[in-house]
Design a protein around this ligand. Sequence first.
Ligand SMILES: NC(=O)C1=CN([C@@H]2O[C@H](COP(=O)(O)OP(=O)(O)OC[C@H]3O[C@@H](n4cnc5c(N)ncnc54)[C@H](O)[C@@H]3O)[C@@H](O)[C@H]2O)C=CC1
Ligand SMILES: O=C(O)CCC(=O)N[C@@H](CCC(=O)O)C(=O)O
Length: 486
Amino acid sequence: MTHLINGEWQSGQGPNLTSYNPATGEALWHGRGADASQVDAAIAAARDAQLEWFLSGLPARQALVRAFKQQLEADKGPLAQLISEETGKPLWETRTEVGAMIGKVELSITAHQDRTGDSEKALPLGRAMLRHKPHGVVAVFGPYNFPGHLPNGHMVPALLAGNTVVLKPSELTPKVSEHVLKLWQAAGLPKGVINLVQGELETGKALASHPGIDGLFFTGSSRTGHLLHQQYAGQPGKILALEMGGNNPLIVREVADERAAVHDIIQSAFISSGQRCTCARRLLLPNTSQGDALLARLLEATKLIRVDQPNAEPAPFIGSMISSEAALGMVAAQRQLESLGGKVLEPLTVVTPGTGLVRPGIIDVTAIESLPDEEYFGPLLQVIRYDDFDQAIRIANDTGYGLSAGLLSDSRAEWDYFLPRSRAGIVNWNRQITGAAGSAPFGGIGASGNHRASAYYAADYCAYPVASMEADQVVMPETLAPGLEL
Ligand SMILES: NC(=O)C1=CN([C@@H]2O[C@H](COP(=O)(O)OP(=O)(O)OC[C@H]3O[C@@H](n4cnc5c(N)ncnc54)[C@H](O)[C@@H]3O)[C@@H](O)[C@H]2O)C=CC1
Ligand SMILES: O=C(O)CCC(=O)N[C@@H](CCC(=O)O)C(=O)O
């Protein structure tokens, strides 16, 4: 059974859907996508459940998400194993993904109170109250790279605020979503409060364009986010939160600890096989002998990165990309950059044909006159050599995206110079640019997002403020406005 609608598991009525273990090519899960009538039914179920869910009160909603957290804690081994099988990410990494899902619960409870809590101020006659209300029924779209953590990052705050949810996960990771929904059910999920519709484009479009949703929370590619924005046009009353990709720069200046700099570069560029929206795509290195030395050391360290089956011992740093098609796409991207004048320094190569296992690559693109402003979503790092800091900052900002950016420099003055000039929502100094904290807001500008940051600020887009002036009785004011006689 594939879809959870109104508390019942159903088979799909849409096209066939299969998911694979990308590290082996083995099929993992079969089903059929939800067709438009099932999307309709999911939205109707969410609508029917919504008021009761909101009126159940914050303590009851907190109790459900905490019960879900307990289910996650009891199931963390199997869930990490499943995420690893369906995404190809190493087990150590999927364990951290499940840890992030668990951590999201208390963080979201705190954020809900902090960002959207109630408050009261005394007025001469009565009081001014601030409360927040849920939007109603919200659609959540998730990507494949964190199939547990990223949809969870929208759903937990949405539920706490009193919304009901229709989740459309990535078609590449349906098994993880089905499993997670079973944990929600084991936690006592009331029927209709979360509905799961699986499927590809047809399901996604039916959900995104449905007049019955009050909000759409999307994490995924910039291309899809832009399409959704167009579909949403003309509905100013509805909330749309877009978390999209990036073409993220990392600038290196003078650093004493070269080994630490190489570590931060590798963690920024290649973690999760480069399949993080925050990954560094462009490394800006000075045109100096220190820049040469750092590059040589980076190339050496990149050759030594262990790429292997996700559950191999000793553990690999990276496992498989999401699919063999994605791996071939990265080979094609490298070829394209090469044809434009890029020089391959360390080739990105497919390890086992027919799988998503690829070795990370590094390409010098300094000579390319018009470098494509593309997010190549995989382990391919573009190196750009620069002459001075201002030029480096100009190149770093020469992108329509604006998700993450970083500076590796032992100079505080350089950080103070960089920070106000950088154009991104996440800007780090002497830290890798991946691995953002859930206790901070998370989002980008330009083609990376629409100023509805998630993580700690997800609470903001899950509810709207209601301001009330209240008094316990109707009372006559002491003075009347001019011209009134009563
Ligand atoms: N800023 C952020 O927080 C993050 C951004 N991402 C970005 O996500 C991308 C990788 O994830 P993908 O799963 O490939 O993203 P994607 O954009 O292909 O898909 C995301 C979701 O949208 C659905 N979808 C695709 N086309 C649609 C359409 N025309 N109408 C309605 N729904 C549609 C998909 O089925 C999936 O559920 C990368 O670009 C990455 O940078 C990933 C993680 C975090
Ligand atoms: O939402 C949060 O709790 C923090 C955001 C987060 O987890 N970011 C990760 C992954 C984002 C991605 O690429 O999918 C990161 O910054 O590495």
